[in-house]
Design a protein around this ligand. Sequence first.
Ligand code: SF4
Ligand code: SF4
Length: 429
Amino acid sequence: MDKRRENLSSLINDDLLSQCIHCGLCLSVCPTYVTTNLERSSPRGRLRLIKEYADDKNKLGNIFEDEMDFCLGCRACETACPAGVKYDVLHNETKYLLSKDKKVNLKKILIKFFLNKILANPSNLKLYSRILRTYQQSWFRKMLHSSNILKNISSKLFLIDELTPQISKISSDEIIDEITLPISKHIHNVTFHVGCIMNVGFAEINLDTIEVLKKSSCKITTPKNQYCCGALHAHNGELKKAKELAKNNIDLFRNYEYEYLIANSAGCGTFMKEYYELLKDDKDYLKSAEIFSSKIRDISEFIYDNDIKFNSGKFNDSVTYHDACHLVHGQGIFEQPRQIINDICDKNFREMHNSTFCCGSAGIYNILRQNDSQIFLDQKMQNIIKTNADVVITGNPGCIMQLRYGVKKNNLNLKVKHTVSFINEQKGI
Ligand code: SF4
Ligand code: SF4
């Protein structure tokens, strides 16, 4: 039996694939199915394709690989599935097998380089971020944009440039002390994961998180020399590197005593909550992975669970909320951010249609599948526009980048904020 068949068989035998009862409840929540109406672009259809691929790789040609790449990895199907199909595990494993099968090409080399040599290496990430910041601040970039040269050379490069976050002047781990004490009484001992992109591209959100935790009676330990969580690696076929990063994080945080490890990025939080699944076959790490995962809390979950209140008094702006897929579908966090936002803005909260549908960001999907990503972004922006809100709040850096681009594209006067920045901005908190 070849290796691929062996791996996929173990998944089927694990009842992951065979759990699907073909009920179709996942179809109406799957953005790729809703957009195409094609069975093969549905969760149920993709499960069937995985089975067929396991039986005969050559039968499906490029369709299989394309469908696996077309899937956003949003996990809306998992929320809807009454049979508990762990679609994400199957998707990640399949992408891993495909990445080993694929012939080497420039796109694959660039993705590997970005994931393994930049994101996975904190000093390289800082070096490349500084270079990127220099470019972002330069006259050269202004000239490329004002003259439309970049757009004319390559609309793909232009979009990547537009989507890239403004790199922070100083990364957050260089500002945040290893130990931060609470403003008033000390109730909770927490640690904080600074993330990779959050650390260099959204330092201000990390600083807002520390401020909010300080006001929430937390002593915060922020270990130096942290690692990327590995989520983007797992979702893009680099499962081995994802496991290596998971072990690095477990080894680092086990040196500290804490009740909760706070994450402010939905994607990182979800992935770290599932390290025990990622490392289930690793006898040396399984126990510590379970302990590590059990302590992860999204910042909105921590605030809600501990009944921490942030009433702001007068609030005039109207607010809507976009559910990051990995917060709502990955972690089941729906009510918590809404409750926090409602406490602050009173009657000015406006629910949007299909708030739990993916915005098309989906890790690096918006870079790799730009046309598809823009379709999902356009649908999301239409739903946001209909709320007539002044502010859209969300809990994931990828969504923030994507929605900010959507605001620019549609020439809107709309602010896009992370939940924790929204809290920290309120006066009197
Ligand atoms: S992860 Fe999202 S896009 Fe992929 S099959 Fe599930 S619902 Fe559809
Ligand atoms: S909801 Fe679950 S069981 Fe039903 S078709 Fe979709 S994946 Fe299969």
